[in-house]
Ligand binder design. Structure first.
Ligand code: UD1
Length: 429
């Protein structure tokens, strides 16, 4: 089928799952560079508020259009493609809880694999073959040695979530091979992303009890949970607790910018990458006890913890070899472990209940300074206080640059100045 050409003078990037933890931090970096973004997110584990804040953090640079849509809804997705001409796609949308994936594997395969196929089919149909995939170090499964893991290590995920990532990687490899010299696909294998934006304005807001270590530690620090459970103290590591390669979320976000640059320069050179994996990690391992001690410094008091049995499926040590990313993407992690903990604590203290409170969308509270790094001062008092943001199921919410000042932004969002439109109306901010 011939696709009608649409006028466009600026490159537009499709970001699926852009309202989530990794997505929203990447959105800040891309907007700050003046990029034009179209975000598709069903908000099942994320908040539209993160996008409003991302826009402010980027000083209203670039542009952002939000479509609340599910990647499983191929019709809704195609409407997005009909409205925008994409130069590249960064695909974050998907489910990510390891334990849940064992309980509802079908749901995970459906959302992650079928959802990705929907996105890829439309990219192919609308002639965009530049794709960055949110993969995970989980694809490596049980490391065969303690040595830092290189991208050519054997693959073998250990749980349904991990297998969705692995299968998608394999599908993407097949697609790249099927159309030689056309696709530029970068698989970004994340190690352990933690922390928050240095402003404390956006961060990780997990649903329910956090599965991962650092969000749990942060909730103990703020008093939402009593004690940290340390899973296993008899691993063959320096203090017996699990060692991981933690990476600051802003460093990780910048890894996506580096990947995008790599694709753009490849396209400019009339070449094609095919499908290439890159590790995004720091290359340094820290133990659970290192994390608790460092976070205790950020918080200013010792955090309570207790040793419990190993978690099923856990491994002792997982560390990236990030040298390929440094060599080929010109990217490396720069922030320290203390930065990760200070920024996480700043986010947690400013947003003790995450983005949403019982009364609606929260406004960050007065920051509690972390003692180890400076706070980026932002007009937090001008952030919108919204009890209900009108939602449009398939229609875009344009976070355009007209209402550029934070004050105008807040005005535009106030329920009195922004009457709820009908179900099919566009909502312009
Ligand atoms: C987990 C997932 C992995 C996923 C990654 C995303 C499992 C088995 N693996 O990896 O597939 O890609 O998150 O970030 O769930 N720990 C505690 N107490 C806690 C939580 C964790 O001691 O309450 C320990 C763990 O045993 C581990 C370390 O902290 O040694 C990090 O755990 P976590 O944050 O869950 O990440 P991973 O296990 O690396």
């Amino acid at each position: 089928m011939t696709v009608p050409s649409r006028p466009h003078d600026q490159e537009t990037i499709l970001v699926t799952g852009g309202a989530g933890f990794i997505g929203s931090h990447t959105v800040v970096e891309l907007l700050s560079l003046g990029k034009h973004l179209v975000i598709v997110d069903n908000l099942c584990n994320s908040s539209e508020e993160a996008l409003h804040r991302a826009k402010i953090l980027a000083n209203n640079n670039g542009s952002l259009v939000f479509h609340k849509a599910d990647i499983l809804d191929a019709i809704a997705l195609e409407r997005v493609f009909e409205q925008h001409k994409f130069s590249a796609c960064i695909h974050f949308a998907g489910l990510k809880a390891v334990g849940e994936s064992a309980q509802i594997p079908l749901g995970y395969y459906q959302t992650n694999v079928t959802g990705t196929l929907n996105v890829i089919q439309l990219l192919q149909k609308y002639n965009c073959r530049n794709f960055i995939f949110s993969s995970s170090a989980t694809v490596y499964g049980l490391p065969t040695s303690e040595a830092p893991i290189k991208e050519d290590a054997s693959i073998g995920a250990l749980n349904p979530y991990g297998r969705t990532k692995q299968y998608i990687e394999e599908i993407l490899q097949d697609i790249a091979v099927s159309e030689p010299n056309l696709w530029n696909i970068i698989l970004l294998r994340y190690f352990n992303p933690v922390g928050a934006h240095q402003s404390g304005i956006i961060g990780e807001d997990p649903n329910g009890i956090p599965n991962n270590l650092m969000p749990f530690v942060a909730q103990v620090a703020i008093g939402r949970r009593p004690v940290i459970s340390v899973f296993g103290d008899d691993y063959d590591t320096k203090d017996g607790t699990g060692v991981r390669d933690y990476i600051h979320i802003v460093d990780l976000a910048k890894g996506h910018v580096a990947a995008l640059n790599k694709i753009q320069s490849t396209v400019a050179a009339n070449s094609a990458l095919g499908c290439v994996p890159y590790n995004l990690g720091s290359g340094v391992g820290y133990s659970v006890m290192d994390m608790i001690h460092t976070m205790s410094k950020s918080v200013g008091r010792a955090l309570p913890y207790k040793a419990v049995a190993r978690r099923v499926g856990d491994v002792g040590s997982v560390i990236a070899d990030p040298s390929l990313s440094e060599r080929e993407l010109g990217w490396k992690a720069e922030k320290t472990l203390q930065d990760m903990c200070d920024d996480l604590w700043r986010w947690q203290t400013q947003n003790p209940d995450g983005y949403i409170t019982t009364s609606g969308t929260s406004t960050p509270t007065t920051p509690t300074p972390a003692s180890h790094s400076s706070i980026v001062t932002l007009p937090t008092t001008l952030l919108p206080i919204v009890t209900s943001v009108p939602k449009a199921t398939l229609k875009p919410i344009a976070l355009d640059t007209e209402a550029d000042s934070p004050a105008a932004f807040a005005m535009a969002l106030s329920p009195s100045s922004s009457p709820a439109p009908g179900p099919n109306a566009d909502i312009a901010f």
